[in-house]
Design a protein around this ligand. Structure first.
Ligand code: NAD
Length: 256
């Protein structure tokens, strides 16, 4: 397993913290050369430095996926170092306003617009920037991070769920349009995962954690590593005949 991604050139976007950071560590562990891209550049830089110190090949670039110019510049920087692109994990989402994403009657349109600008339009911008390079490499893998929320029908967080539904539609489009050119596009849809930053921040209400534990069929909540393993598989040859799928990684919270 350690060499499964040997020398693969992979960009992880939204990689500074949480699930993205775990994906970076997993890809490095499997031998990939990794571009660590995030709007939180200090976090991306610190992670890339930790990976490099551990003997891996990783470097950081700044990216704001809501800004087309920034996306273009980040991909140019990534390509200048990597020389090619074999895979992209579009993982970024703006989660700062998720608790203000109340319901369809009440949600502030600024919250709705920002959610769409990052989670959905940003994913499209990343897709547009990535595809020419993946095609130039003779094929490659795009992995998006969706969420159980896209299908859960929750009474809150409508903008977030809509953004993730749209993301899945984009992913299916990419798989259909470019699959014959050996592009795979898939989405990983996590259930609730306590990231190291959430644990350290202590801001997730214990009642919410208890509720998630009651809903999950596994004996525990998910970890960032549970998600990273599936993303790595989709970016490897083990995932080359998986295309156009939303893969739920949720301990059985939703049965699909
Ligand atoms: N943690 C969970 O329970 C959970 C569940 C389902 C889905 N997800 C999804 O997993 C992904 C990662 O979430 P996480 O929980 O690790 O949270 P996180 O906040 O730690 O990760 C999101 C990353 O995206 C970056 N980002 C935000 N806006 C950006 C922008 N405009 N441009 C570039 N980067 C930007 C952040 O800086 C951060 O590093 C998200 O897509 C989220 O919707 C998380």
């Amino acid at each position: 397993m350690r060499d499964r991604l040997r020398d693969r050139a992979i960009m992880v976007i939204g990689a500074g913290t949480g699930i993205g950071a775990a994906v970076v560590a997993r890809l490095c562990d499997e031998g990939a050369r990794v571009c660590v891209a995030d709007i939180n550049f200090p976090a991306a830089e610190a992670l890339a430095a930790r990976m490099t110190a551990a003997g891996h090949c990783a470097f950081a670039v700044a990216i704001d996926i809501a800004d087309e110019t920034s996306v273009g510049a980040a991909f140019a920087q990534a390509l200048a170092v990597l020389g090619r692109l074999d895979g992209v994990h579009a993982n970024a989402a703006d989660l700062r306003t998720i608790f203000a994403d109340s319901d369809a009657l009440d949600v502030d349109l600024a919250v709705f617009d920002r959610t769409m600008a990052v989670n959905l339009r940003g994913a499209l911008l990343c897709t547009r920037a990535a595809l020419p390079h993946l095609l130039a490499a003779g094929g490659g893998a795009l992995v998006y991070t969706s969420s159980d929320a896209w299908v859960a029908g929750e009474p809150e967080r409508p903008a977030y769920a809509m953004s993730k539904s749209g993301l899945n539609a984009l992913m299916r489009h990419v798989a259909s349009r470019w699959g014959r050119q050996d592009i795979t596009a898939n989405a990983v849809a996590p259930g609730f995962v306590m990231t190291p930053e959430m644990i350290a921040g202590g801001q997730v209400p214990p009642a919410f954690v208890d509720q998630c534990l009651k809903q999950v069929r596994s004996p525990r909540l998910g970890t960032v590593d549970d998600i990273a393993g599936v993303v790595a598989m989709l970016l490897s040859d083990d995932g080359r005949w998986i295309n156009g799928q939303v893969i739920h990684v949720n301990g059985g919270t939703l049965l699909r």
